[in-house]
Design a binder for this molecule. Sequence first.
Ligand SMILES: [Zn+2]
Length: 267
Amino acid sequence: MSEKRVRIRRRQRLIAENPYCCLCGGGAASTSEDHIPPRGCFPPGKHPEGIEFPACDDCNQATRPYDDIFGFYAMALDFNPENLEESAFHKKISGISNNYPGALPIFDCTANQKRSALKRMGMQRLPGQSLSDIGVFTPPAELLMAARIVIRKMTCAIYFRETGKILPREYRITGSWQQMQDTQRAPLVRYFNELLPEYRQPMRGNIRNYGMRLCYKFGYLESENFLAFVAQIGDGIIVNGMTIAPNASLPSPLKMPVWQVGAPWAD
Ligand SMILES: [Zn+2]
């Protein structure tokens, strides 16, 4: 059977076995598969297996542009040269320039702003590296929106993968994302790492030394129906997310954004 045929069969099976979209609270028929985190976070043909999820047309289509934008930044912010595939990345840059020009990084920082950004993130310049060599950018609104949408989708997807259930519509989601090198946010990630008991590292069967392109830690408290996770994509972006039960509230010092499960995606 051709590779394409295998893919179609797998998609048909996924939809047949999971008749409802796992992203919008249950009830909407699944008609397609959605890769979460987006396939665009990985070089072509190198996304891990087992990250396909049942989705309805509305969820899949409404979030597609944001998947592309997030995928571009996940690759652009990856500091491990082994993860960079230059030609694929150049293609991605032109794709973003053509389709979502407003989503490109804005390199408008002055030298002083760069200095304070590096300080804020606890990053040091390498010996001989000048400020002009460092690409500090202002994140465009499109990236901020894309990251929020991916956090929401990843929370629903990991909840679905690990509990076998669809996160209900009455639930809410909170979470955040960061660059790996951001030492200011490192304590939060360390805390999650120590706290969360389960570890997953999806692989790809046809690549022998697949390495670490995606991993996550999570914990699920069945009595409270509460799930929390922290995920690392390549060596670039870290995402964390949590479910919030209908009557629960977040401790106010956390000051984290809170989203409803499912549509509207762009709020
Ligand atoms: Zn849906």
